[in-house]
Write a protein that binds this ligand. Structure first.
Ligand code: SF4
Length: 280
């Protein structure tokens, strides 16, 4: 089978940075001496890789022994979580992505300037849960329906977005907001270019292939978004974690397969998948 790879795919600089910080912390403090507040990224094979190196990713702040090292993952954490860690005398190893930090700082600044802060994103995603901790009463919306019911009547809105959202999704929701009588709407583009480049490359590839494979953790927001965009493009699309999830029936009619991967998917997963497809 012929396989075409998306020009931009796989690990972003934020994920590479988080892994490097985790590995350096293990080297410095020793095996099982560093505890991450949950999986460092949404990818099983990377989580297992770090576990084997000696990183504890069990993640409950209250049960981490006093004086241990706590790793803040790329999604970041609320100021309250960081303060709790300090109160428990934990040494903080911060692997928060610089772009997530930018969104956190922006939320704080908008609130200080008197805006009602609105975040467009998935309220259950750890990045969003962390970012909204930087100002009180941040309103989170993620659909056109929520624009109608959830936005407060205040006149000055300050908007940020979850880094992994697509520009199209953000534009759709913002277009709905500007139809309403807010006196001032300030939008900070907190979308991640690494993600939007992967999205554009995946969409471009859809027209050249018979079937698209999007590789990445099933809970990875940016991988889910890649899948959604490829499907919206009309491509026959599968979101799989690894080659072992592949079924030959998926390519029964296909001659050319496209492969892309989310920002938390390692190159070793992509290459194993491509080798498997090419051998068919
Ligand atoms: S996807 Fe973007 S925001 Fe998220 S970790 Fe990677 S570089 Fe940072």
């Amino acid at each position: 089978m012929k396989v075409k790879l998306a020009d931009k795919r796989g690990f972003c600089f934020g994920v590479e940075y988080a892994i490097e910080i985790a590995e350096r912390a293990i080297e410095k403090y020793g095996r099982n001496k560093v505890v991450a507040l949950g999986p460092v990224i949404h990818n099983k094979s990377v989580v297992e890789h770090l576990e084997q190196k000696g990183l504890d990713q069990s993640g409950d702040l209250e049960t981490i022994p006093k004086g241990s090292n706590v790793l803040i993952r790329s999604h970041g954490a609320t100021p309250e979580t960081i303060a709790r860690a300090r109160r428990r005398n934990l040494n903080i190893v911060d692997a928060t992505c610089v772009l997530v930090k930018k969104a956190q700082n922006m939320v704080r600044k908008l609130h200080e300037e008197g805006y009602q802060v609105v975040m467009i994103g998935d309220r259950n995603h750890p990045e969003v849960r962390g970012v909204i901790g930087y100002a009180p009463n941040v309103v989170v919306i993620d659909s056109l329906e929520e624009v109608a019911v959830a936005l407060p009547r205040k006149t000055r809105l300050g908007i940020v977005a979850q880094t992994t959202h697509s520009p199209a999704h953000l534009a759709e929701i913002v277009a709905e907001i500007v139809r309403r009588p807010f006196k001032e709407i300030k939008i900070h583009n907190t979308l991640c270019m690494e993600v939007t480049q992967r999205q554009a490359a995946a969409v471009a590839l859809c027209s050249e292939v018979d079937v698209m494979f999007v590789l990445g953790g099933l809970h990875s927001a940016n991988t889910q978004e890649l899948t959604r965009l490829c499907q919206a493009e009309g491509a026959h699309t599968y979101h799989l974690e690894k080659w072992e999830d592949f079924d030959p029936a998926m390519v029964a009619e296909a001659k050319v397969a496209g492969v892309t991967a989310g920002a938390s998917t390692p190159e070793w997963t992509i290459q194993a998948f491509v080798r498997g497809l090419e051998a068919l």
